[in-house]
Design a protein around this ligand. Structure first.
Ligand code: G4P
Length: 536
């Protein structure tokens, strides 16, 4: 490896303190894209040679296969936006917005230190918000809440807080509070400075940051009368309830600082950015598979949390997204790929935001590096230099949908095999094989049926091998072992079929229903039959 890893270790710890790596979790339409743009507008986007990604920039974030995503208005790929703010570097990792992509989302959330939960003021907690919050809780990711669209009629602020507390068992601790109900926003109070109100003059279309004016309490009371009075009363209520920000409760996932605003007009966005710098945690020591932790100041280590092929058809490549966990990443350094024990040269390292790329020369803990043409890398892999490190494996979720895949045109079976192998490696679907069916007819296993649509689309457009998918009547997968698989293969008493998962050679037993799985367990007591992690 390059000699700089050791000497720059102090630098790594120093740089880590300045980093905030986070994701925005929300239900589609809550305003994630709008908020992302608003954040980048306030800050200085530094990915892609200093360009600020406004609406026009976002339009560039597309490639052919993402047409489907555009048509459906969902985001199916993960990109990273890096920007500078108050002498800090913020890394915003994009999470796929569709409910079916919880596996993918889980991986992204494995690479962040904090999440911003975005809630639509009129809708409150929605299905996808709930699922994503569950993932954050499972991973121990602290959550900051932003109640968006306060410029439109919506629910009562206190009612929204109650909902968060009762549904998530998470104490909401407002850091900002709205003056005026949803749809009648007069300003915001920063609860740390309650003697003034922040008033915003609208920035039409969110084209620029809304101008913020501090109005003293006396003047706010005179000008906003009933709205100000009500805000003051509500703040007193909250204080009496002990709803004050508590750093250790927040980091332990027991409380969430809450912000209000309107991303479309950039209202409240600066306060959220400040919170990311002031409240969100910097990258810290990361847990290792064998126990113990890797401190940020240790030599380089990184976690592959996403592998994406053909993000850009003109490049026809494959990118592994690596979150730097410790040390300094230097382009060109040779690191060790923990899974194979082989050296891996990082000649082609990029920071990536959609199609825009720029070479990255140095990256620090919390940063994300895109390694191009990283054919050997899989999701969950560890790269390191110096003392060996292996991070815990990424869990795979229990698939609930299964289909046999066949090439629509058998003349293209080579492309078919290559495509399926690629999608498996990326984790788009889990690929299952069995002696009974042979490798020519792999079974695709998905957490949500939308994953099949991605397979069909990409097989046709990227791998030039259209596929036919024949659904199988199974809905439940259990982890078993070779002997369990053998018993299931031979029994005639229950409907079920054993498979081997290509990715990790794990034995899976598929059943049409829980009832069938239970009767198999009763028939063969002592057989290993374990529940997999449920995504829903
Ligand atoms: P998403 O990425 O979470 O799916 O949401 P996105 O930002 O695309 O926003 C969804 C819709 O909500 C957009 O309206 C957007 O303008 C609107 N929106 C986002 N933030 C706010 C806000 O603070 N206040 C109000 N009033 N609206 C907000 P659209 O009609 O779907 O698109 P557009 O034509 O306005 O862009």
């Amino acid at each position: 490896m390059s000699g700089a890893g050791g000497q720059a270790a102090g630098g790594a710890a120093g740089e880590a303190v300045r980093r905030r790596t986070f994701a925005v979790i929300s239900h589609p339409d809550a305003g994630k894209s709008t908020l992302t743009e608003a954040l980048a507008l306030h800050a200085r986007a530094i990915t892609s040679a200093g360009a600020v990604h406004g609406k026009a920039g976002r339009r560039g974030v597309s490639s052919d296969w993402m047409e489907m995503e555009k048509a459906r208005g969902i985001s199916v790929t993960s990109a990273v936006l890096q920007f500078a703010y108050r002498d800090h570097v913020l890394n915003l990792l994009d999470t796929p917005g569709h409910a079916d992509f919880s596996e993918d989302t889980y991986r992204v959330l494995a690479a962040v230190d904090c999440a911003v939960m975005l809630i639509d003021a009129a809708k409150g907690l929605e299905e996808q918000t709930r699922k994503l919050f569950d993932v954050c809780r499972h991973r121990g990711v602290p959550v900051i809440t932003f109640v968006n669209k306060w410029d439109r009629p919506g629910r009562e602020a206190l009612e929204l807080l109650d909902e968060i507390e009762s549904e998530f068992a998470l104490k909401p601790t407002p850091v900002t509070w709205p003056v005026g109900e949803a749809g009648h926003l007069r300003g915001l109070v920063d609860v740390r400075e309650p003697e003034r109100m922040l008033r915003y003059s609208r920035a039409p279309g969110g084209a620029r940051a809304a101008a913020e004016e501090a109005v003293a309490a006396g003047r706010a009371a005179a000008e906003e009368s009933a709205d100000w009075e009500r805000a003051v009363e509500e703040l007193e209520l909250l204080r009496a309830d002990g709803a004050e920000h508590d750093r250790s409760a927040f980091l332990a996932g027991k409380s969430t600082p809450v912000f209000f605003g309107a991303a479309v007009s950039n209202i409240g966005v600066r306060l959220l950015l400040d919170a990311l710098v002031d409240l969100a945690p910097a990258p810290g020591a990361r847990e290792l598979a064998g126990g113990g932790h890797r401190p940020v100041g240790a030599p380089f280590s990184g976690l592959v949390f996403k592998v994406q092929a053909n993000m850009d058809r003109s490049h026809r490549d494959r990118i592994a997204f690596v979150r730097v966990c410790s040390g300094v990443f230097e382009r060109g350094m040779t690191v060790i790929h923990a899974a194979s024990g082989r050296p891996f040269a990082t000649k082609y390292a990029h920071s990536v935001f959609g199609q825009d790329r720029s070479s990255v020369d140095l990256a620090y803990p919390g940063d994300v590096v895109g390694l191009v043409n990283a054919a050997a890398l899989r999701v969950g892999d560890t790269l390191y230099s110096g003392k060996p490190a292996v991070f815990p494996p990424m869990p795979t979720f229990a698939p609930e949908h299964f289909a046999v895949a066949r090439p629509a045109d058998i003349g293209r079976s080579k492309q078919f095999r290559r495509g399926i192998a690629q999608l498996d490696e990326e984790g788009v679907v889990q690929v299952l094989v069995s002696d009974r069916r042979g490798e020519q007819a792999p079974v695709l296993a998905a957490v949500g049926p939308m994953q099949f649509e991605v397979v069909t689309h990409r097989m046709e457009h990227e791998f030039s091998s259209p596929v036919r998918l024949e659904p199988l009547p199974y809905h439940l997968a259990r982890a078993t072992d070779a002997s369990g698989a053998d018993k299931l293969d031979r029994t005639r008493l229950v409907k079920g079929e054993p498979f081997t998962r290509l990715r990790d050679r794990a034995h899976l037993a598929l059943f049409p229903s829980r009832w069938q799985a239970d009767s198999f367990a009763r028939e063969f007591p002592g057989t290993r039959l374990e529940t997999l992690i449920a995504a829903h």
